[in-house]
Design a protein around this ligand. Structure first.
Ligand code: ADP
Length: 351
């Protein structure tokens, strides 16, 4: 609990800090806008003043025609021109001040909008990170508490027989292995997106690699895996494709009963190649289907019966990997009958 409190207070501090940063950034934007507006006004004012104060230059022929002295030498015209120039100057000043006031009001709104837009993605990232840390520490707490409790109970006993000690150690090792799997998954999920290779990958080979990794777990439940993936080449990153198929196969084995059957098929459809993992297991309820790719989401029945089997990060990792390769991952399922997961990836150009 104290950890969660700490995380929440860190999140609050981060939000407050972001607000200050938004205000600071908005002020900087406003300063730039106002500097430009005032600078432009000063230049415009000086240029206009120069024009206003400049006496008219009648052409020689006009002066000869009217037989008048040059306006600058005519005191009446000169004073008239001066008054007009002064009036013009005042009017210009009024308008420029008005314009700058409008720039200040509009600039404040614009600066705030721009600052929000600049910081929004950063804020979203920070929130996602805080949420991730909070979820991860929550998930880590369960196996850690189990580990602590069993050890404390054993310690309270006055005497521990060799077989009891062995059982305890075996339990500890199993819990540590689960923790290791969880932290590995978390690290892979949290790792910043690396640039994926987009090279031709034979789906058949990727399927075989994934199958080999899961064959033992399937045999332990007497589950048969049939592989019928045709020779289709997609563009992607081979280790990531293998990992995504492994996650689907692992789930198919986990959520299928003893003595059942899993089928791996594939093909091409339009500009995409696909691979399908079909099981005849417990299936997924309609209410859970939209959420199973969310991080840490586990359907109620998985939490109850197989609480020790997973942490709800496999599918979110598979989705992340497939999306990074410009592909998609979809599922159809009938509760009690089984599920079919399909990974679609872009085909290589020459297919
Ligand atoms: P987990 O470690 O819990 O298996 P995943 O992210 O791989 O995490 O899966 C999320 C949830 O989706 C599972 O807890 C389970 O409820 C459901 N699920 C995934 N694959 C299957 C499947 N083949 N059959 C039934 N339910 C599945």
């Amino acid at each position: 609990m104290p950890t969660l409190h700490k995380i929440r207070s860190v999140a609050k501090t981060t939000t407050a800090r972001l607000r200050t940063t938004t205000a600071r950034l908005a002020l900087s934007y406003l300063a730039i806008i106002m500097l430009m507006s005032i600078g432009f006004s000063v230049v415009f004012y000086n240029a206009s003043l120069h024009e206003l104060r400049r006496p008219p230059h009648p052409t020689n022929s006009q002066m000869q025609l009217d037989n008048r002295p040059h306006p600058e030498r005519d005191p009446f015209i000169a004073s008239l021109l001066k008054t007009r120039a002064e009036e013009g100057r005042k009017e210009l000043l009024k308008r420029l001040i008005g314009l700058n006031l409008i720039a200040l009001v509009a600039g404040t709104a614009l600066s705030y909008y721009l600052a929000r837009r600049t910081l929004e993605p950063i804020e979203r990232n920070m929130e996602a990170q805080a949420q991730f840390v909070s979820d991860a520490s929550h998930e880590l707490r369960t196996p850690l508490t189990a580990l602590q409790t069993t050890n404390e109970v054993a310690l309270r006993k006055h005497k521990l027989s060799e077989s009891e000690a062995r059982d305890l150690l075996a339990h500890n090792v199993a819990e540590v292995a689960k923790l290791q799997a969880l932290t590995d998954g978390l690290l892979r999920l949290a790792r910043p997106d690396r640039t994926m290779q987009h090279v031709p990958v034979a789906l058949q080979n990727a399927a075989s690699d994934a199958m080999n990794a899961l064959i033992e777990a399937a045999q332990a439940k007497n589950i048969s895996i049939e592989e019928a993936v045709p020779n289709v080449r997609v563009l992607g990153d081979e280790p990531s494709i293998v990992q995504a198929i492994k996650i689907l196969l692992d789930n198919a084995v986990k959520y299928s009963p003893q003595d059942s059957h899993i089928k791996l098929t594939g093909g091409r459809s339009g500009r995409q190649g696909f691979i399908t993992v079909q099981d005849h297991g417990q299936g997924i309820a309609a209410k859970d289907l939209p959420h199973i790719f969310d991080r840490f989401y586990r359907a109620d029945q998985s939490r109850g019966k197989h609480a020790e089997d997973g942490y709800g990060i496999g599918l979110s990792l598979a989705k992340k990997l497939v999306h990074q390769m410009d592909g998609e991952i979809v599922v159809t399922s009938t509760p009690g009958k089984g599920s079919t997961f399909t990974i679609r990836l872009p085909l290589t150009a020459n297919q």
